[in-house]
Design a protein around this ligand. Sequence first.
Ligand code: HAM
Length: 412
Amino acid sequence: MSKVKRIKGFADMFSPESDTFTFMETVAREVFGSFGYKELRTPILERTELFKRSIGDETDVVQKEMYTFDDRKGRSLTMRPEATAGVMRAYIEGNVNASEQISKLFTFGPMFRYERPQKGRMRQFHQINCECLGPDEPHADAEVILMLMTFLTKIGLKELVLEVNSLGCRECRPQYNEALRSFLANLNKEELCEDCRRRMDTNPLRVLDCKVPGCKALTESAPTIIEHTCETCRTHHDKVLSTLRTADVPFIQNDRLVRGLDYYNRTTFEVVSNAIGSQSSVAGGGRYDGLIKQLGGADVPGIGFACGMERLALMLGEREVVQPDFYIAVLDENGLEDGLMLAQTLRLAGKTGDVSFASKSMKAQMRQAGKKGARKALILGGDELAAKTVVVKDMETGEQTTVSQSELIEHI
Ligand code: HAM
């Protein structure tokens, strides 16, 4: 019989890889909780329109990477390629801004993008995502970045570079777009890719985000946004940077950082690593004032970020295996039930371990105890069953002692 295989770019995740993910989620909950964030779980499927209206029609994500299909009633649905749009929809639909001025929300889970799979790039990948909705002050931007860097440090990642830029706002972006359009108009259009030839009119900022090497090279000397930002954006940006300095968060200013999604304005940032190959961006985010309004909600500003868990996991490597406290070996079938009950007593007392389900040879069971990495092997033979005792073998020293089952917990 032929086997059913998993889909390209989708992964199964066994332990210890799944332990790394659990570890990241645990630390994230702790760190985000300490900053006052609460968890929000949103659906994986959303109406396609949501992503088109937020991420932007001209982005690679919307044009080439979404898993979109019609449901049985012919409605176009999309498997979320990122979390922000769904969080905004939930926030608007839940009328959250009527009850709180600032909402700090985090979301974990799988995202879907039809990209070419490679190391650190999957079609189903996982994000840890945070959004801070309400404040437009630069200190909120600094706090979000500080929280991201605190999280990354707490999971043990230090060799990372934080890049920061400002993308301007509704007021100053049009002037920048004009400057960019005239720069692009002077290039040899034939050398740009087909997408960029169109984007230079519809959404010139996207040309700067094109991954085609030829386009990248051609736009190297393009004007930067930072030279065209308005006074308000500049003051905002300066305050973000000075607050990061005060908080001792190292960063570099990257005036080429435009991000791949259309909703950003003002502060944008990315955390990059050169330890994981070409997919170097491990986290990214920014401010998106106007997005909630654009999606039919109130005019609430917001800022947030997402980390790619697969990329963080590549840098973290495998977690140390946690040693179980015991492995119970039984001499024959008569001991199986007592073994199970003994294990249950130990587990209820907070100990971890396994019990043999079958009376294999003692040698095989000891091998199993070793393979599991148990600290102690507990042997239940006929004598022990009769006397309500158990032989405790220290797996490191090999030392064996017989103890009463009622006092066992003190010996483990
Ligand atoms: P993004 O930069 O598109 O931003 O994705 C954030 C992170 O997700 C990336 O830095 C990367 O680590 C990871 N990532 C993206 N695509 C893949 C993939 N195909 N395979 C593995 N990892 C991937 C956003 O998604 C925004 N929603 C972030 C945000 C939240 N901005 C404001 N709030």
